[in-house]
Write a protein that binds this ligand. Structure first.
Ligand code: ASP
Ligand code: MG
Length: 414
């Protein structure tokens, strides 16, 4: 008998019909002899609706009161699901985050879980019940309701699985797993059977939005096996674990991630003196603007060019700051470019294989794709390219690193 935490996302509980379907599914798992903790999100669209209501009252709502409102979405779903289970003779009980003592700090809207009291959950499980817990919410030290940030139900599920040392934490959603890249861009993208926490974190932070990043960090830290599955289609999904697959067939690269959210800023003719990088980036971070990639060229004639990327939403503000900086330090000019995209190859296999970067650059060169910036980490190589080549670059790299699904599979799908 296994203890499994299962989380159903907003679209999976988006209507009463779907809730009834989820209840049937839970009944089957229970009949197989499993102990089950179920975490649910608010019905799809509900959290946004609640945010809209609050904003109609007030442009900048009080964070504590905001959490009082936002936590209601999940409270509705737990009650409905408990009723749906009881209606088909499955003993079930629903609890809010506060009721099962999911204790958090008091950072309303982005609270962090500090402690979970497992006693109550264990007692109900021992009683043979399916325990349904509201995702995304907790309670601070003073009994205030808190929420964990958008997508936070994933984190609730992982935290419960960690606290109860569950055998697996299963995230049921509207995709059937984690893919080698976005299937909307590459037809031959493949579902991965397995991926490591590290790889998943890199891919998630690069824009693959299957799981909340914090949930993956949490699962990695406590070594909770995490599986992403489709709510209404059969299939093994994708298992996210600590273990690297050591089999020979394991590809060097697990996935290709990309994003179009960044803009590139360059400050040219910067005097090459100590402290100049700080003079440029200091005011940018003081304005709370996050910087991603940074490149500084080797100097010529005692001046250098300095380029970095920020989120596109911050481009204008950053340019304004840089113009002031340029005058102060005597740099020549400031230029901004938002028609760029970042493409990254991710894989733990990079650690033990040479030539991965050159293979990436060769593939891009063969298609005449110019690389504007490069950055690397132990398991990732990212390039910034002209946005109009993004899809071509992703497809090219996907086949260069042999990630394409075999032709038979593609035919079966199509
Ligand atoms: N309902 C919350 C949201 O939409 C939490 C979640 O779904 O995980 O962000
Ligand atoms: Mg979600």
């Amino acid at each position: 008998m296994a203890l499994i935490v299962q989380k159903f996302g907003g679209t999976s509980v988006g209507s009463v019909e779907r809730i009834a379907q989820v209840a049937e599914k839970i009944k089957t798992f229970k009949a197989q002899g499993n102990d089950l903790i179920i975490v649910v999100s608010a019905m799809s669209g509900e959290t946004n609706r609640l945010i809209g209501l609050a904003r109609e009252i007030c442009a900048d709502p009080d964070p504590r009161e905001m959490d009082v409102i936002l936590s209601t979405g999940e409270q509705v779903t737990i009650g409905l699901l408990a009723m749906a289970l009881k209606a088909i003779e499955v003993p079930a009980v629903s609890y809010t985050g506060a009721q099962v003592r999911i204790e958090t700090d008091d950072a309303f809207g982005k609270a962090r879980i500090q402690h979970i009291d497992e006693q109550k959950l264990r007692t109900e499980l021992d009683d043979g019940k399916v325990v349904i817990v509201a995702g995304f919410q907790g309670m601070d030290g003073n009994g205030n309701i808190t929420t964990l940030g958008r997508g936070g139900s994933d984190t609730t599920a992982v935290a419960l699985a960690a606290a109860l040392k569950a055998d697996e934490c299963q995230i049921y959603t509207d995709v059937d797993g984690v893919y080698t890249t976005d299937p909307r861009v590459v037809d031959s993208a493949r579902r991965l059977d397995k991926v490591t926490f590290e790889e998943m974190l890199e891919m998630a932070s690069l824009g693959s939005k299957v799981l909340q990043i914090r949930a993956v960090e949490f699962a990695g830290k406590y070594n909770v096996p995490l599986r992403v599955l489709h709510s209404f289609k059969e299939g093994p999904g994708t298992l996210i674990t600590l273990e690297e697959d050591l089999s020979m067939e394991q590809p060097v690269i697990s996935g290709i991630a990309f994003n179009r959210d960044e803009a590139k800023l360059t400050i040219r003719g910067v005097p090459d003196t100590p402290g100049v990088a700080y003079k440029i980036l200091g005011p940018v971070s003081a304005a709370n603007i996050e910087i991603d990639m940074i490149v500084q060229n080797v100097s010529q004639d005692q001046t250098t060019d300095f380029t970095f990327t920020v989120n596109r939403n911050d481009q204008r503000r950053t340019e304004e700051i840089l113009r002031k900086v340029a005058t102060d330090i005597g740099a020549r000019e400031v230029a901004g470019d938002s028609a760029i995209a970042k493409v990254s190859i991710v894989g733990v296999g990079m650690r033990s294989h040479a030539g991965v970067a050159s293979k990436m650059f060769e593939a891009l060169a063969q298609h005449g794709i110019n690389i504007l910036m490069i950055s690397t980490s132990e398991i990732k190589i990212s390039v910034v390219i002209d946005e109009k080549y993004l899809e071509l670059a992703v497809r090219t790299l996907h086949s260069a690193f042999e990630l394409d699904a075999p032709a038979e599979d593609a035919e079966q799908i199509g």
